[in-house]
Design a protein around this ligand. Structure first.
Ligand SMILES: [Mn+2]
Length: 414
């Protein structure tokens, strides 16, 4: 059984409120299509975060539809599996699943039933895709841990799998021991122990973490081809880079499994990125004055610099507050120069740093937080009139209110 494993496409992503990445995605898709042709996988697995936001615009939807329909037309034998990540709207993806099934595309977006003892018979069928030479257990991003449901699915496959065909499972979650370099989690990341993901799969195709990695085999990061005994847990990594902190190559994983419990061969197919991320003047250096900054950016442009760039400037440098406007003026009319206006002030206290880069939250970010206090701590500077205690109290009130609403909605259903 051979699969191509990718994840975290984040179609429709707009960087720095300014820059559409559609041409970068198109460039990625052309490579993906090429690999489908040259490596003839049995299945292409996309492990969640297909879209960047829950309600992508019509052009993004059309781009997604066209690519996968055309891929199916070119490779009608290829099974395509797409699961929902935490950035995706489960119900929106789910709504189109029957249309997609006609294209040999299996879209799995909804969670397994909570109470499997009272679930309709055959509920497992919604999560199991049978290939002629193997099985795929497709799971989307799950709100909370679901060890019983996951093991039930793996057992269901196991009871049927008399010929010892390979078993692949997908998931979209952060597992213990993963390396999240490049993410903005600041340590507040929910992780799940790998034993909560059951036993019985040969390869667990994960999404959510953008760095390609096999859990427990960190040293093999740059190996093009590796072989492991079955039971491998791997993040394919995201399709595109999303920050300058990602100093590693991105790839799609080509996975061959000979038999259930056998050998798993993983080949990294390295992605050629349309645009790169740069730090000016460099990772280790910073600018010391306005003049030096302007000269540095101009030199970058004159030397043919392209792509995304971000500045390192000394915290003590005398920099006017309209610095970003000045930089935007330098690069205007050139869409190949893309500026990240969150300057990294070197030598500044960590606390102040986080204040200047306080992010706006989306549901996807909130789902990553282990504790409501993290949310409050990271947004407190927006509400200077309140104390931490008052904010915490307000948060608890909102939480209580949401719970009541959910209970009411549940009662109405009954
Ligand atoms: Mn995700």
């Amino acid at each position: 059984m051979r699969i191509l494993h990718t994840a975290d496409l984040h179609l429709g992503q707009i960087l720095y409120q300014n820059y559409s990445r559609t041409d970068e995605h198109r460039h990625f898709f052309s490579q993906l299509e090429h690999w489908c042709e040259t490596h003839t996988p049995d299945a292409l697995v996309v492990s969640g975060d297909v879209f960047d936001i829950q309600q992508p615009g019509v052009h993004v939807k059309e781009f997604f539809n066209n690519f996968f329909v055309e891929l199916h037309n070119k490779f009608p034998e290829l099974t395509i599996v797409i699961t929902a990540g935490n950035h995706d709207s489960p119900s929106r993806l789910h709504a189109d699943r029957l249309l997609w099934k006609a294209q040999n595309v299996y879209v799995v977006a909804m969670s397994p039933p909570f109470d499997i003892d009272n679930a309709p018979e055959g509920w497992q069928e919604n999560f199991i895709i049978r290939l002629k030479n193997g099985y795929i257990v497709a799971l989307p991003f799950l709100p909370g841990e679901r060890p019983i449901q996951i093991q039930a699915l793996l057992d269901y496959v196991d009871s049927e799998n008399k010929d010892g065909k390979p078993v692949v499972m997908t998931g979209h979650t952060a597992v213990e021991g993963m390396d999240y370099t490049g993410h903005d989690f600041k340590g507040n990341v929910k992780t799940i122990k790998t034993d909560k993901l059951g036993t019985g799969y040969d390869y667990l195709a994960l999404g959510h973490i953008h760095k390609p990695q096999t859990i427990g085999h960190e040293k093999d990061l740059n190996e093009e081809i590796v072989n492991y005994p079955a039971g491998v847990i791997r993040y394919s990594g995201s399709a595109l880079h999303v920050s300058c902190d990602e100093r590693y190559r991105h790839s799609v994983s080509l996975v061959d499994i000979d038999r259930h419990g056998g050998n798993v061969r993983i080949q990294q197919l390295f992605i050629n990125e349309l645009r790169h991320f740069h730090i000016l003047p460099s990772d280790k250096e910073s600018y010391h004055s306005l003049e030096e900054t302007i000269d540095g950016v101009k030199a970058f442009i004159q030397n043919g610099g392209k792509g995304y760039f971000r500045l390192h400037i000394d915290y003590d440098a005398q920099i006017p507050s309209d610095i970003n406007q000045t930089i935007y003026t330098l690069i205007e009319n050139d869409d190949e120069l893309r500026y990240n206006p969150k300057i990294i002030w070197k030598g500044e206290e960590e606390a102040q740093q986080s204040e200047t880069t306080a992010p706006t939250f989306e549901i996807a970010d909130l789902q990553q937080m282990t504790d409501p206090m993290h949310f409050i701590e990271r947004t407190i500077d927006r509400y200077p009139q309140f104390t931490l205690e008052e904010l915490a109290e307000a948060f608890r009130e909102v939480e209580q209110e949401v719970r009541l609403m959910q209970e009411e909605a549940a009662l109405k259903k009954k």
